[in-house]
Structures are given as structure tokens and as C-alpha cells.
Design a protein around this ligand. Structure first.
Ligand code: NI
Length: 178
């Protein structure tokens, strides 16, 4: 187990477009160790997702896991590995919701996202899967896949008025859905 160092905004790796993972590399011991370390790092910092550029690696890999006790989510999401993901909106409906990011510590902001998306990716064994994600899961998928394009949630906010520090978020806004 290893906790990886998280890159914050300002580090160019967070803003660079990540490169595709070669399929032959997925089952390597190195990649499997990286995936396990990203899972440990996400847990350590209480994240629900983590993308490889956030741990200084410009490759198209992200992990997502939403615990059952997470009050932001309607449903839990089991540990999910996204390699070379593609995301397509399912319809035009959008939802607003609060987001934070391990690369932008101590801040929260309201972000509009597609309510439902179709995710196509390879898993940790290099097998293709397709899932339809809705609600909070869809939000996390869009947030993590944005990281692979060098985008962060601040870029997706419709305005900066909602941006707040975590302490003020908990004091004034906790429990709001938008
Ligand atoms: Ni993030």
C-alpha cells in the first residue's frame, strides 16, 4: 500500500491532456500496483474519485468509488477503474451539485453536469465495459474524465458566486443539493 502525492492546480500535469494507456500495459504488475495505490490514495483523502494526472501521471486512467454512507449519493458505487474512458451524455438534462477536488483543496463549488451519461472504458483487466451512470455517479464520471482533458470543476462552474471554503460550506451550505 502506498499513498501517492497529489498534484494541485498550478502543477502543469493537472492541466495537460493525458495520453491513452496502451492495452498491453494494463495487466502489467506496474499498472496493477498503480491502480491499487490510487485506490489507497483516494481513500486516504476521502475522495470519491481520482484521476492519474492528479498523481503526476499523464495517462488516461481514473478510479471511482462511492461508499454507501456517502450522503451526497443516492446509491453507492463499487470500486471502478476507468481506462481510456469515453463519456456520452444521455439526453440534454443537467443537474447542479456541489463538487470538490483533491487537486483544489479546501474549496467547494456548484457545478452543472449532465444528469446521465454513458461510460465506455476498459477495466483493470483490460476488458471493455459500458455503464449508464446517473445522478452523483454521473457527476463523478464527468469530473474524473474532465481531469484526463486537463479540465477541473472550476472550468465547468456557471459562475464563481458559489465557490466557498470547506469550513464555510459545512457551516452554511451542507445538505443543499444546489
Ligand atoms: Ni478532481
Amino acid at each position: 500500500m502506498a499513498i501517492l502525492k497529489v498534484a494541485r492546480i498550478g502543477n502543469p500535469v493537472v492541466r495537460a491532456r493525458a495520453e491513452a494507456v496502451p492495452e498491453r500495459a494494463i495487466r502489467s504488475a506496474e499498472m496493477q500496483r498503480l491502480i491499487a495505490d490510487m485506490r489507497d490514495t483516494m481513500h486516504e483523502y476521502d475522495g470519491v474519485g481520482l484521476a492519474a494526472p492528479q498523481v503526476h501521471l499523464g495517462i488516461r486512467l481514473a478510479v471511482i468509488e462511492v461508499a454507501e454512507e456517502d450522503e451526497r449519493a443516492e446509491d453507492s458505487v463499487p470500486f471502478t477503474v476507468l481506462i481510456n474512458p469515453r463519456v456520452h451524455p444521455l439526453g440534454k438534462a443537467m443537474q447542479t451539485g456541489w463538487e470538490g477536488c483533491l487537486s483544489i483543496p479546501e474549496l467547494r463549488g456548484i457545478v452543472p453536469r449532465f444528469s446521465a451519461v454513458r461510460l465506455e472504458a476498459l477495466n483493470a483487466q483490460g476488458e471493455k465495459y459500458v455503464v449508464e451512470a446517473r445522478g452523483f455517479f454521473a457527476r463523478v464520471v464527468q469530473h474524473e474524465c474532465d481531469h484526463l482533458e486537463g479540465k477541473v470543476y472550476l472550468d465547468r462552474m456557471s459562475g464563481m458566486e458559489s465557490l466557498c471554503f470547506l469550513r464555510e460550506f459545512e457551516r452554511f451550505h451542507a445538505g443543499e443539493t444546489d
